[in-house]
Every structure is written in C-alpha cells, then in structure tokens.
Design a protein around this ligand. Structure first.
Ligand SMILES: NC(=O)c1ccc[n+]([C@@H]2O[C@H](COP(=O)([O-])OP(=O)(O)OC[C@H]3O[C@@H](n4cnc5c(N)ncnc54)[C@H](OP(=O)(O)O)[C@@H]3O)[C@@H](O)[C@H]2O)c1
Length: 251
C-alpha cells in the first residue's frame, strides 16, 4: 500500500516511516525538505499520486495563536482537496487527548479546527488523540520555568513514548477508517508535576518543580482530567522510568 506521511521527517513521522516500511508498505515522507509543502501546495499532487492512505503528523513551525490556526487550517484544506483529487481512501491525523477541553489554548483551538475540517470532508478518516510524548519533558519545563522554579499543575497525566505513538498510528493507518476518534496513551498514570520532577532529576537538572494548580499548559488552565484519556484508550507499553534509562540519543 502507498502511504504518504505528511511531516514524515519529524519526531513521530520518521518513526512511522521506518515502521511502515518494515511492514512492507511503500511509505513516503512528505515535508518541505523532501519537496512537499502543504501550505503552498508544492509537490502535493505528485506525492499523492497512487496513494491509498495519508497520515498527517505535521506540525506548525510557529506556535503563536494566529500562526498555528492558519497553519492547521490552510494545510488541512489543501491536503483534503488534493486527496480528493487523487482518490485517497483514508486520512489519518494525529491530534491531542483533551484538545476539545482546552479552549483557553490557541494551539488546542487550532487542533480542534483541523479535526473539524477532517470530519466535514468526504474522505474516510481516523483521528488519533494522543497524550503528551515523553520527549517533551524539557520543552514543557522550559515553558513553565519561572526563575529557578518550574510551575506545573498537579493534574492527572498519562504520557507516552513517541515509539508507542508510532506503533499505534501505524496500526490505525493500515486498518479500516474509523470515521471517528480513537484515544491512545501511556501505560501508567501519574501527576503532571511528578512526571516533570522525575524527568528533570534524571537529567540532573536542579530546577525545583512546584505544584501550582493555576499553572497553564499551552495557555490553558487545567482541570484534574483535562489531559488524560477516557476508558477504552489504547495504551502503549513503554514505561517512563524505563525510557529515562535509555541512552540519551534515543530520547
Ligand atoms: N506534543 C505533544 O505532546 C503531542 C501530543 C499529541 C499529538 N501531538 C501532535 O503530533 C503531531 C506531530 O508532532 P511532532 O512532535 O512529531 O512534530 P515535529 O517533530 O515538529 O515534526 C513536524 C513535521 O511537520 C513538517 N512540516 C512543517 N511544515 C510543513 C508544511 N508546510 N508542509 C508539510 N510538512 C510540514 C516538518 O517538516 P520540516 O522538518 O521539513 O519542517 C516535520 O516533518 C503534531 O500535529 C502535534 O499536534 C503532539
């Protein structure tokens, strides 16, 4: 099967390409540095020729509210129109658990807008809602740093390894379209502040992690269950402590 991975050079995309090829599929990485740009339309019709499935794991280069909204809306509109012309039979997109519960976040509003365009199109689809990736300990901490303290809301958290994300997305992409949303998450649930505390300690980072119920995540205030999936979520296998013990380059 020809499967085009939009954002196939990124963190999730590159792992997905490897996995799909191992399974014998013709997996093609599409991104600006492979000559495909979903914003300008460059290379899109060519790369989609003969494709059965498109997986969108792209991300906006800028996280400013207006930029990220423009990115996901423009990119998704261009992609769905090109897929319709090419006869693509399954559009898969990676979004975020709880995106619809975090309207205070411009990033989340943009993901919800992306999802709405997909649901309103004629292309059969599967939307995958993933929890946060282990790989983002550092960037989450950086965004939450206030002097020598890192302020994190002590809400429930169920992050997952990007390897587990790629496994789940490849399974969904090679199955029948769900015409709905599936949730995926990590194998264990902990507190958000505890996750960041453990992650920074493993990197010998001396910053103090403070539990602050009003600390925002991507601009949104969080409630106890904003970030965790419901019952029926598909869970990965890699535990955070095992992942932390891996050699640094694999992170
Ligand atoms: N952060 C989380 O915890 C989390 C949780 C759940 C879901 N997600 C979602 O997961 C998805 C993938 O995230 P990631 O961290 O793997 O992303 P990433 O590593 O930042 O990769 C982004 C990819 O998008 C490509 N891209 C950027 N602009 C493009 C354009 N105009 N046309 C085509 N491709 C373009 C990039 O290509 P270049 O390298 O050539 O620029 C790159 O391949 C995102 O949609 C995100 O919302 C994230």
């Amino acid at each position: 099967m020809k499967i085009v991975v939009i954002g196939g050079t990124g963190l999730i995309g590159s792992k997905l390409i490897t996995r799909l090829r191992e399974q014998g599929h013709e997996a093609v990485a599409a991104a600006p540095n492979t000559g495909v740009n979903t914003i300008t339309g460059e290379g899109l019709a060519d790369v989609l020729r003969g494709a059965s499935v498109v997986v969108d794991v792209s991300n906006s280069p800028s996280f400013e509210d207006a930029d990220v909204m423009t990115f996901f809306q423009t990119s998704t509109r261009n992609l769905l129109a090109a897929e319709s012309d090419a006869g693509v039979r399954h559009h898969v997109a990676l979004s975020i658990v709880g995106s619809e519960r975090m309207a205070g976040s411009g990033y989340m509003r943009a993901k919800v807008a992306q999802e709405s365009l997909i649901k309103g199109s004629s292309i059969p689809y599967s939307i995958v809602h993933a929890t946060q990736f282990f790989e983002f300990v550092k960037s989450i901490a950086a965004a939450a740093t206030d002097g020598n303290r890192v302020r994190i809301a002590p809400v429930l958290f169920q992050p997952m390894a990007s390897d587990d994300v790629a496994i789940a997305v490849s399974r969904i992409a090679t199955g029948a379209p769900l015409n709905g949303t599936v949730e995926i998450g990590g194998p264990e649930r902990l507190r958000f502040d505890e996750f960041i505390r453990r992650g920074l300690a493993a990197q010998n980072d001396a910053r103090e992690v403070v539990a602050d119920p009003h600390a925002r995540y991507f601009g949104a205030e969080l409630t106890e269950r904003s970030l965790v999936p419901g019952e029926g979520a598909q869970l990965g296998e890699i535990r955070f402590d095992d992942w932390l013990r891996q050699p640094v380059p694999q992170r």
